[in-house]
Design a protein around this ligand. Sequence first.
Ligand code: ISE
Length: 340
Amino acid sequence: MTVRVGVIGAGMIGQDHIRRLTEVVAGAAVTAVTDIDGPRAAEAASRVGAAVLPSGRDLIGSPEVDAVLVASWGPSHAEHVLNAIAAGKPVFCEKPLATTAADCLRIVDAERAHGRRLVQVGFMRRFDAGYRRMKDVLASGALGAPLMVHCAHRNATVPESYTSVMAAQDTAVHEIDVLRWLLDDEIVSAQVITPRRTSRRFEHLRDPQIMLFETANGVRVDLEIFVNCQYGYDIQCEVVGEAGLVRLPDPAAAGVRTAGRHGTAVPQDWKERFGDAFDAEFRAWTASVASGAEPCGPSAWDGYAAAVITDAAVRSLESGGEVVAVGLKPRPACYGGAAA
Ligand code: ISE
């Protein structure tokens, strides 16, 4: 069976996913595209022979669409995801699931009322081969209990439209999700402190930032966010346990010796660094839709948890570095929790 996917949002990431679903993932085809920018939707659709539809609502209701991919502007996500749930169609939503925790909860409630999981959130790092190897090592017990995690998330540069709160909402949110999954633990507090700011970018921006998280099991996480590091896209993660540590491998790159130096290239952006993870994520999602199974990737609950934790980090930044408790609701059983 070919899964017919309707894509809402034909910006940079939407176009990349349209290419991926068309050229990389077996068993998927993009049959409809919509975007608030009509000509942009038409151009993206024409490349893959898809229909252009006037709105997200039309696309979700189309009989030519089995499953929905939401890659539009963040504030529009909640409406599209809720409409897809109401139509009973599987929906893959790029991060964020919604821009407020309250909207994320509305989605969780709608999905629970529907009775089975339909939503997968686009936290692609869970599909990265390196993080998966780390998870296997941690699950084997060879390191004993995890105690500390040291992370860095560096972008070469960001555009002027990037604001200081986006360090949590847009950038650290990837670590927040992947660490909850990697440690199988919940983040209970967040604190953001700000070192001297780099002079290499915009005056308005607090960059870098150091984020400190604590988990329910007492693991302490330090995360450096530095989105104008100049040299490339660099993701580091090291989990220290009682009997050893496990480190995220750098992506394989050829070693080059020339002009008296030996080195390897550093990826320049997230598309390059996590391209394989995006492919794996969409293969898994397509397979789950094709088989009628619930999605295996990050859930609406994970989208909600990420929103609450990033809100706590933003509050800490805005308060000048207070430790802010994370106030998550009890996790319902259908998302692996104990609550009814
Ligand atoms: C961007 O939205 C991403 O998702 C990237 O992975 C992250 O590195 C970047 O900082 C964000 O702005």
